[in-house]
Design a protein around this ligand. Structure first.
Ligand code: PXG
Length: 456
């Protein structure tokens, strides 16, 4: 079989037997998927032998890049010694202990405990159970409401998708579940109108206070937010936003959850997005960059403020997964953190590649189809607009972002389209030369998109 034939066969089988996340199964059968077969550094190769620049680090997760032999070795060695044992019923394993200790060291002060999960979604389910448990233990069982935000993404289980603020995900099966509500998000470029970013930041943060008063603070358990909204369109909050959110949480005695699934492990130029925005959270769900996606693992970092209550008066914590603290995933996560430390990847993002990416993206702002760019660390967003002077968006049925994404696809660049916002979130190992290479591809795809939609 030649390469093309084997690709066609693989695509056929995929369409026949594989249900893909967030995808129309009919489209998969008709068009076929791109079959990714191997990867190295920041590049992927597909079954036709095409080399692709991965501007998204998989799904915002391969922070140390592909092809790390040390991670493969860590998994192999742990598989030989102890491939599995659980952490239920007063048992544990050395990799789970070492990883928990390491996480206590690298997370912000006061986070000294972790509950392990297999994904960010499970981490957020765990968050819901933990905050409600916390208030029950404190004899306030009526404190159950969790306030989240529009366009938030917190995962895809029933509870995590309920925390999410994406209406299309809710429409799929009638979510959210009760006692989860959503307030406006701090998307200044799209929703700020004539307000300054700072005024808009305050206004959207104060929606939290309005919502708490509407529900009654005695019923509100927690507020959850990503330091920067990722899958909601890379919404970077104005400087006024997080301080005001924290003032309100404190005033009304509600827990603050910073979802670090994307922002954690160096993405924003600090170990955690909470440090970039000076957020003092009570719980921090983590996943993705924890293992750079080499094996599934997530967790919830629990602050002493919460843990002290659960230890003192909580009794059994009746929650857990067969694979909580899986020894092989923990061994790989430990080795991954070692790479981040030894190669000083977080510092590199803060001092070298983050500022360089920002400079390159700033240049795109003069492109006729670009309304705004946003950058923090190794995150970059480009808003495609119909008329940049009037801040006028394209009608959604034009699907301009999808068209740009397709141009990227054809030009062997992975860039994520969220509505008409084009996103990059590359491996933290990306060099300045590779940023130049990515920027050249992006420029070409922006030109093609502008041409297609007649923007000059
Ligand atoms: N929280 C945040 C902030 C996330 O971005 C999750 C939780 C859930 O993690 P798991 O491991 O259960 O997927 C996420 C995941 C996209 C995309 O389309 C984003 C995510 C996942 C899949 C696709 O950009 N984020």
């Amino acid at each position: 079989m030649n390469i093309q034939e084997s690709t066609t066969e693989l695509q056929h089988l995929d369409g026949q037997h594989h249900v893909h996340p967030f995808t129309d199964p009919k489209a998969i059968q008709k068009d076929g998927s791109r079959v990714i077969t191997r990867a190295e550094g920041i590049y992927l190769w597909d079954s036709n032998g095409e080399k692709i620049l991965d501007g998204m680090a998989g799904l915002w997760c391969v922070n140390v890049g592909y092809g790390r032999e040390n991670l493969a070795k860590a998994a192999y060695e742990q598989l030989q010694v102890l491939p599995y044992y659980n952490t239920f019923f007063k048992t544990t394993t050395p990799p789970a202990i070492s990883l928990a200790k390491k996480l206590a060291e690298i997370t912000p002060e006061g986070f000294n405990h972790v509950f392990f999960t297999n994904s960010g979604s499970e981490a957020n389910d765990t968050v819901i159970r933990t905050v409600r448990r916390y208030w029950r233990v404190l004899a306030k069982p009526e404190k159950r409401y969790i306030i989240s935000r529009k366009e938030a993404y917190h995962g895809s289980t029933v509870a995590a998708a309920s925390l999410g603020g994406q209406s299309y995900a809710h429409e799929m099966d009638g979510l959210p579940i009760p006692e989860i509500v959503h307030i406006d998000h701090p998307y200044w470029y799209g929703k700020g109108g004539k307000l300054s970013p700072d005024d808009f930041g305050l206004k959207t943060a104060q929606c939290l206070e309005t919502k708490i008063k509407e529900i009654g603070s005695e019923k509100v358990a927690a507020f959850i937010g990503e330091p920067i909204q990722g899958a909601g369109g890379l919404v970077v909050p104005p400087d006024t936003y997080w301080p005001e959110i924290q003032r309100i949480c404190k005033k009304y005695g509600i827990l603050l959850i910073a979802d670090e699934v994307i922002c954690g492990f160096g993405r924003t130029g600090n170990w955690f997005g909470s440090e970039t925005f000076d957020i003092k959270a009570d719980l921090m769900p983590i996943a993705k960059g924890l293992s750079s996606g080499y094996l599934p693992i997530g967790g919830v970092m629990m602050h002493d403020r919460v843990m002290d209550v659960l230890i003192e008066k909580g009794g059994d914590f009746d929650h857990g997964f067969t694979y909580s603290g899986h020894p092989v995933a923990c061994a790989v996560a430990l080795e991954n953190i070692k790479i981040l430390e030894e190669e000083k990847l977080v510092e590199k993002v803060a001092n070298e590649t983050g500022p360089y990416l920002k400079k390159c993206w700033k240049e795109f702002e003069s492109h006729p189809i670009v309304g705004e760019v946003r950058n923090v660390g190794l995150l970059g967003a480009i808003e495609l607009v119909k008329n940049k002077d009037k801040r006028q968006f394209f009608p959604s049925d034009k699907k301009v972002g999808d068209a740009c994404r397709n141009f990227c696809f054809e030009n062997n660049l992975v860039m994520r389209a969220l509505r008409d916002t084009m996103i990059v979130s590359p491996p933290l190992t990306m060099t300045v030369e590779q940023i130049d290479e990515m920027a050249d591809l992006v420029k070409h795809c922006l030109d093609l998109t502008a041409d297609r939609f007649g923007i000059k």
